[in-house]
Design a binder for this molecule. Structure first.
Ligand code: HEM
Length: 472
């Protein structure tokens, strides 16, 4: 019956000679793309669960959402086929601005998350260099320690109560802007961000908003792709917030203030490399990166900190084991960055947190050229360019097939003897932006996976950096 409906829908939407007809179809709520489950939790999780279940045998399933075929990948080997082996054939946004990224793109405008092709590749490399490697961490290590100490002290003084989320958000905000701009107290300067940020998230994740947008633009005789009144207004407000922060800290941004690249913070270096000067440090690239930090820099770390506190409260024996590991290490005498990678239980706890509670729980890609793949039973299939592919990281990380019967339990001990990079290379575990999907074969290919070593920092390490003093 479902196959008949899907065939009818395919014909109706002009998706003829359906190349997906041989893989299991799941009927889903028309959630207008992969929107945040926060605002459409029931629709969203029911649809994801239906796709996940339908993919049990073949490792793959599909549905139609608003006329767009959505291919769901469940089995790690299939995720690998698409994201690793065919990294050149997929991209984050594709050419369409109508999909789930459309609203964000019209509000935030140019930022990495809304970019594609060479620009995205370039900005991705910038971000990796600025946030995701050892030298960047080393440069700000002591500032990050002082930020962590202050925030833990604040938690102790104020207590947690209802303020917990905002206290942890301040902590995440300070840490991310410390890496971004060398600022230590960004949370003090960004109080007025809360309202535009909340509005941005609400609009970008709303199921009904695209309809409002379509109606508004229709009435004004504008193309769908053009921002509407509300989007323009919000864009202005966000832009002002970001500009105010940058202008108030122009001394930190000034590319002429220090002599060597090594001494520069992330945005200062971008300014230096893109023609910024003491008089005019804010270049278009600096602004694009600052917008990116505004829109995606602090929610994920905040969520993860919340989950960390929850799990450590629920599992006091884990907390105790962590304390013992820290006390037995040299950490109290020399709080050096290097030491953090030598605390195996701390790493296991962070891996387990990212496994069970991935703050970005789903990912999707556009298909840029027809993509050949094989299902679990060995059947061949071509994913057409109209399609999108999706993976639920949250479900992958809790799939008993991949992680065993206790997959849904918080058990850091499962990481004993496991190498996160290998697990990630096999696509059993995806915790950070390595699946860049910007046609970057250099980001997640067999070669890049082999080249990942201890010198490569991951979000895992950043998080450890941020949290370490809370376990003292
Ligand atoms: C606990 C911390 C974090 C986690 C677990 C996390 C996780 C992720 C994941 C899984 C993705 C990939 C989504 C996808 O490919 O569809 C992603 C993308 C991204 N994240 Fe994060 N993130 C974290 C913190 C941050 C921070 C602090 C920043 C910025 C300052 C950031 C900026 C980005 C950007 C720019 C992308 C898009 C990358 C691209 O398109 O190439 N993230 N993140």
């Amino acid at each position: 019956m479902l196959q008949i409906i899907s065939a009818a829908l395919c014909t109706f939407f002009g998706f003829r000679n359906n190349p997906l007809a041989d893989i299991p179809y799941a009927s889903c709520f028309p959630t207008l793309g992969l929107l945040s489950e926060k605002w459409s939790h029931d629709f969203y999780s029911t649809s994801m669960r239906a796709l996940f279940n339908a993919a049990a045998e073949e490792g793959i399933s599909w549905t139609l959402i608003g006329g767009v075929p959505l291919v769901y990948l469940r089995h790690p080997a299939l995720i690998r086929q698409v994201f690793v082996k065919n990294a050149e054939s997929i991209s984050r946004c594709g050419t369409q601005t109508r999909g789930p990224f459309g609203t964000g793109k019209r509000i935030i405008r140019s930022a990495l998350i809304t970019a594609d092709g060479d620009v995205a590749r370039h900005w991705h490399a910038d971000m990796t260099r600025g946030f995701h490697n050892r030298p960047a961490m080393e440069r700000f290590h002591w500032k990050l320690i002082s930020i962590a100490t202050n925030h833990v002290q604040k938690l102790r003084d104020i207590g947690m109560g209802d303020n917990l989320q905002s206290l942890l958000q301040d902590y995440a905000m300070d840490a991310v802007w410390c890496l971004g701009l060398g600022l230590e107290n960004a949370s003090q300067c960004t109080r007025e961000w809360q309202e535009p940020f909340a509005q941005y998230v609400q609009m970008a994740a709303s199921m009904s908003y695209p309809l409002h947008h379509t109606m508004m633009n229709l009435m004004c005789g504008r193309d769908f792709e053009e921002p509407d009144y509300y989007e323009n207004d919000l864009h202005e407000r966000i832009e002002n917030c970001v500009l105010q922060l940058l202008e108030a800290n122009s001394d930190l941004l000034n590319p002429e203030a220090v002599e060597t690249l090594e001494q520069m913070n992330f945005l200062q270096r971008i300014s230096h490399e893109t023609g910024g000067s003491a008089a005019q440090p804010i270049t278009p690239d600096v602004l694009a990166h600052a917008r990116q930090i505004f829109s995606h820099g602090f929610p994920a770390p905040t969520l993860l900190l919340l989950w960390a506190l929850r799990e450590l409260t629920l599992y006091p024996e884990v907390k105790q084991k962590l304390r013992t590991e820290l006390q037995e290490s040299d950490w109290h005498h020399r709080q050096e960055l290097q030491l953090l990678s030598k605390l195996p239980y701390l790493n296991a706890v962070v891996n387990e947190l990212l496994r069970l509670h991935p703050p970005i729980p789903t990912t999707a890609r556009a298909i840029d050229r027809p993509l050949n793949m094989q299902t679990q039973s060995g059947a061949s299939l071509v994913i057409p360019v109209q399609a999108r592919v999706a993976v639920s990281l949250a479900m992958l990380h809790q799939d008993p097939y991949v992680w065993g019967e206790d997959a849904s339990q918080f058990r850091p001990e499962r990481w004993d003897g496991l190498l996160p990079n290998t697990i990630e290379g096999e696509c059993n575990y995806v915790h950070v932006a390595r699946l860049s999907g910007t046609k970057c074969s250099n980001i997640l290919t067999d070669e890049s996976i082999q080249n990942m070593d201890d010198g490569m920092f991951s979000a895992r390490d950043e998080l450890v950096m941020d949290k370490q003093t809370s376990w003292n």
